[in-house]
Design a protein. Sequence first.
Length: 523
Amino acid sequence: MAGLRAFKEAYMSVDVLLDQDFGDFEVRKLRYQIYWAFFENTIYRDRIHSWATSYRHQYALYKYIRSIYNPSYRLGDFWKIHLMGGLLDPMAGDGRVEPSALPIIIPQDNPKEIPLRNALSQLWSWSNLQNCKDIFTLYGVVMGDVGLKVVDDRTRKKVYLEVVHPGLIKSIDLDPFGNIKAYEFEEERFHPENNNKVVTYNEVATRDGNDVVYRTLLDGKIYPWNGSEGEWTEPYGFVPLVVTKHNDVGADWGWSEFHPARSKFHEVDDISSALSDQIRKTVNVVWLFTGQNKPKDPLLLTGTDSSTVSPYPGREEINALYAGSPQADAKALVAPLDLANTLGYLSSLLTRLEEDYPELRYEKLRISNVSAETIREARKPVKEKVNQRRAGYDYALARAQQMAVAIGGYRGIFEGFGLDSYEAGHLEHHIGKRPAFTPDPIADLEKTQLLWKAAEQAGKAGVPLEAFLHLQGWNQEQIDKIVDSEEYRRKQEIKDQALMGLGMIEQPSFEEGEEGEEGDDEA
């Protein structure tokens, strides 16, 4: 199918009880195109998008609107960085020894922890996960949905993860636990035997007991796109695909990060485009001349060729008309504009957007000359949002990795694993917690200073250091490093001696014969 070419506002609205339009395949493809156009700042361009004219018309937007403010690229880039961004530990570690953007946490009672880490390390390499993870999150952020497929490449004897564009996912069927029971992909491709002909490719996977039945089709008919077979069965016991929603609002498909604020994006772009064009009119103004006739001869410039003295002929000259009538007048045909109030209105709109997107406010403050405390406060709502958004992506990736290792074990690639490994608990792992922001050494130092000032005040109030640190969330291992240190013990001894000298604590008593006791002198 060629797909929808006209836009309807209903395509962007979801009813969680009945989302027929929102979940329709052709509607979703159009919606994904619109969201991606927001991201690349081409949303209003007729020459690029066939639906742009109807989009502008249905939202009553300015005819010459441009993406002047549209923050979609900044939002997409922010979330790509903060969801799974950063360097991976090639050994798939837990992030303690070697920092990792995706620390892998495996239960201590898993007897196959080391083989599992080795398998994940190889899977990451074959999947090019260092780059793949960023595309995975970017698609989800921008379009609201994204898939991750396990590819069982028997020819190359490899298993790897592949990001699936949501516009290829025609349908999915879920069990009560959210696992995919069946799916269908659809896209237009060139005919494998005729590069001048475009055909429709379909890939269908369904469950038949523990078997997964695959079929590939060309224009609705079974066709061996892999070169050998158009229908085959695999004994996986699961369909090796996960689909995650960026912002899950209870519908079958997710919301883009841009979805709830599009009207504000429109308003800011609309007003700022009209303002920009009005400024152009004041520069390239149309004049009304009265009290004189139009000159018979055109106005000629003194120079038409560029030279060293006059590189832009005509630009440095003043166009002038001369009139012999004292009633002659010239008026600029420009409507009056209260520039200050217009800019103030735009500023208020941007403030409202920053309230909806605290990450935009944080980014604005980050490049400003503000205190570390202000930055910390701005980070708090963003950190909560990052942790909430991460959960779906982390779970989806861990689930896909479990499937991949199970299939790799079944193929003899990952020794010690097989299709029964999940039930045995040998594949159990999850993506661990990691900072929402890159550590700031100066901010961390200020935070540490505040901690120890508070500890000092707590000590003066009679709160032992161990108790104070425990209340701050320190574990016993961290506390022991402090209280068992030689310097801490020495300072504690000096403090105790001072208190004994003041009589505030009793000196230790020793039984007769113990070290430190002086015997009675007898005559």
